[in-house]
Design a protein around this ligand. Structure first.
Ligand SMILES: Cc1ncc(COP(=O)(O)O)c(C=O)c1O
Length: 414
């Protein structure tokens, strides 16, 4: 990639130019942002459309017969079509929520509450984000079903033989993560779904594609899952919008999650008739501007081309791992597993928070902690790791700055 002058510093020209926050630091510092797995930076077109809509034709959706309301409705519903095309589904299967967490809570509160009984079992994995554990535990308290977990092996990959042995006639749901946010481990999701459906086609499968949808192709129809969830703010879109894709047959049999305006055909004190399709799950005024922003993020990604993004990310990620392996006294977790975009590590005898603070001093932003995967951290025998995660704007200069700062941290702490 060619070089450009940015804040009086030479940096590689990359997708960074599309991300104002990475180009305009107030004190002229170059920021090395390596926390994309937590939340991504936003490209200018996303910021612009959200501002422009509010400046020029903002109105509530689905209700007004005037032009502004219709324009805003078209943009909102346009995003539903874009999301459907992006993941290989149909727009009649795409429900907007506020984030991936709410998406999983929706499935638990609606499908779960209607279908799970005390004698049933559900299968999660040891590498789940808390968002795919706690909603099921809340429901378990009410209904009393059993939660079983697919263990991870020494390489922090799922043990598929153990998974097969967990399947039983009582299992009603398998719910698992596509790419682990704490380690970057990529799961063989198609195989996991196929195993469940082969054992019993009526087992429902939920795929948490929150990290997966950013770094690899998620095609809901080819995967054969029943539910796929993700969040907008990691996919270069704004906060406040999430997605749950539900297979149409399953969706049509699901009860509403929340009640209120815009999800009904008729309301009377004698009883209410709900709308038939996805609208049934979007009670009240939704995150209109944020949904429009997500649509623009999908356009932005599609215009660059996902194959180009994945190629770039693969190159930078390989470079990141190679450079990290050169640093002595560094433990790189799941090093032998197939991983992408996320490197989780510790420096021996150094507290990860101390390291992260030294990195921050050099404007290198990483994430430190349990990454909302406390059960996995327990298995790994650590309380926390340092996590460097990349996005489409990350380049090799970012990795060089990380490794330079890590070297400095080692000299200071050891
Ligand atoms: C794998 C995974 N699932 C779920 C979530 C929850 O996402 P959100 O906080 O946007 O609901 C995250 C966030 O880090 C995640 O990485």
């Amino acid at each position: 990639m060619s070089s450009v002058l940015l804040n009086n510093k030479i940096v590689n020209k990359s997708y960074k130019k599309d991300f104002p926050s990475l180009c305009h630091n107030s004190d002229g510092a170059v920021i090395t942002y390596l926390d994309s797995a937590s939340s991504s930076q936003k490209p200018a077109p996303v910021i612009d459309i959200m501002t422009r809509t509010q400046r020029t034709h903002y109105a509530n959706i689905h209700r007004g017969l005037y032009s502004w309301s219709q324009e805003t409705t078209n943009l909102y519903e346009g995003t539903r079509c874009k999301v459907a095309a992006f993941i290989g589904g149909d727009k009649s299967e795409v429900v907007f929520t506020k984030n991936a967490t709410e998406s999983i809570n929706l499935i638990a509160s609606s499908w779960g509450a209607d279908n799970l009984k005390a004698d049933d079992e559900i299968i999660l994995t040891e590498m789940e984000h808390h968002a795919n554990i706690v909603p099921w535990q809340l429901l378990q308290k009410r209904l009393g079903f059993k939660i079983k977990t697919i263990p991870v092996n020494d390489d922090l990959q799922l043990d598929l033989d153990a998974y097969k042995s967990l399947l039983s006639p009582q299992v009603k749901l398998v719910s698992f993560v596509d790419i682990c946010n704490a380690t970057g481990v990529i799961n063989p999701s198609s195989q996991i779904i196929e195993i469940a459906k082969k054992y019993n086609p009526s087992i429902k499968v939920l795929l948490d594609a929150t990290q997966g949808v950013i770094h690899r192709l998620i095609h809901v129809r080819k995967l054969g899952a029943d539910f796929v969830v993700f969040t907008g703010h990691k996919l270069y879109g704004p906060t406040g919008v999430g997605v749950v894709w539900v297979n149409r047959d399953v969706l049509m049999a699901m009860s509403p999650y929340q009640g209120g305006g815009d999800m009904i055909d008729n309301v009377a004190f004698e009883g209410t008739i709900f709308k038939e399709g996805v609208e049934r799950f979007e009670a009240g005024t939704p995150a209109i501007i944020e949904v429009i922003g997500l649509g623009e993020a999908i356009d932005y990604i599609t215009n660059i081309g996902r194959e180009n993004i994945f190629k770039h990310e693969k190159e930078v990620f390989m470079y990141l791992n190679d450079r990290l392996r050169e640093i002595g006294s560094l433990v790189l977790y799941a090093d032998k597993a197939e991983r992408t975009a996320i490197a989780s590590f510790n420096i021996e005898d150094c507290h990860p928070s101390d390291v992260a603070m030294i990195l921050d001093n050099d404007n290198v932003y990483t994430r430190t902690g349990h990454h909302c995967c406390m059960p996995l951290m327990k298995i790994m025998g650590v309380e926390a790791t340092i996590r460097a995660s990349i996005g489409l704007y990350t380049d090799k200069d970012d990795i060089d700055r990380l490794c330079e700062a890590l070297g400095k941290a080692k000299r200071m702490l050891l």
